[in-house]
Design a protein around this ligand. Structure first.
Ligand SMILES: C[S@@+](CC[C@H](N)C(=O)[O-])C[C@H]1O[C@@H](n2cnc3c(N)ncnc32)[C@H](O)[C@@H]1O
Length: 213
């Protein structure tokens, strides 16, 4: 922005831009929430305690394709990339263009792909990126506020896209997602993270080798 453009900028807009800039990724996250509160479902990104606990059960040496639904401003993306093998791929899918633009601008890792779209289309998205299956799928979607029918459709597509031995990782304020997972994953591990705004439930739905056969 040139100095004359800055001078012409209305005072409230200038204040808004400064606040957003000083908040960094949080500013982008909050703006996304204000524009689409139901789709985002939370005003604050996940805590580092949630991230560490959720990712602790992933077998990273067996992980080549990791998919994330609802990455927001990338709270999980960086920790996933730190753990992912050098020849792995992280594909993130979000319906919010503000978040996808932000992620494309700020994460330059060659293993990273940000897709503007719905998690319900995960099979097409994984295939379009050159893979048959995903080893792990992580979801931060607000299952309880998604439009009618979307949650079950996402759970169905996820169960199909995960390879035998892989897992569906879900963190949520409510236990709604577990009901959708139970239709496809007979072995579901669970935990709870109090140090998160709001405290959240964690689930790992494992796709057993025999179950998938
Ligand atoms: C609670 S936020 C998760 C934020 C982030 N993962 C974190 O841990 O801080 C939920 C995200 O899901 C996205 N979302 C909602 N419906 C979606 C859908 N059908 N497919 C993909 N992303 C979706 C929203 O745009 C938002 O970024």
């Amino acid at each position: 922005m040139t100095s004359s453009e800055l001078a012409r900028e209305a005072f409230p807009q200038r204040i808004k831009r400064r606040i957003k800039h000083s908040l960094g990724p949080w500013g982008v996250f909050i703006e996304g929430f204000v524009r689409h509160p139901v789709m985002v479902g939370s005003i604050i990104p996940s805590s580092r305690f949630t991230i560490t606990k959720m990712l602790s059960r992933v077998k990273w040496d067996e992980c080549k394709v990791f998919v994330e639904y609802g990455p927001g401003v990338g709270t999980f993306c960086r920790p996933v990339l730190e753990r992912l093998p050098r020849d792995g791929a992280l594909i993130v899918i979000d319906t919010n263009p503000l978040y996808i633009d932000y992620l494309r601008r700020t994460i330059t890792d060659s293993r990273f792909t940000a897709v503007l779209g719905s998690a319900a289309d995960v099979e097409d998205i994984v295939r379009a990126n050159g893979h048959e299956k995903a080893d792990y799928v992580l979801s931060g979607l607000p299952f309880s506020t998604l439009p009618e029918g979307v949650g079950p459709a996402i759970a169905d597509a996820t169960a199909r896209v995960i390879r035998p031995g892989g897992a569906f990782l879900v963190y949520q304020f409510s236990t709604r997602a577990r009901d959708y997972m139970a239709r496809h994953f007979t072995r579901i591990e669970k935990d709870f993270e109090p140090l998160n705004v709001l405290p959240c439930h964690l689930f790992w739905g494992w796709k057993d080798e025999e179950e998938a056969a």
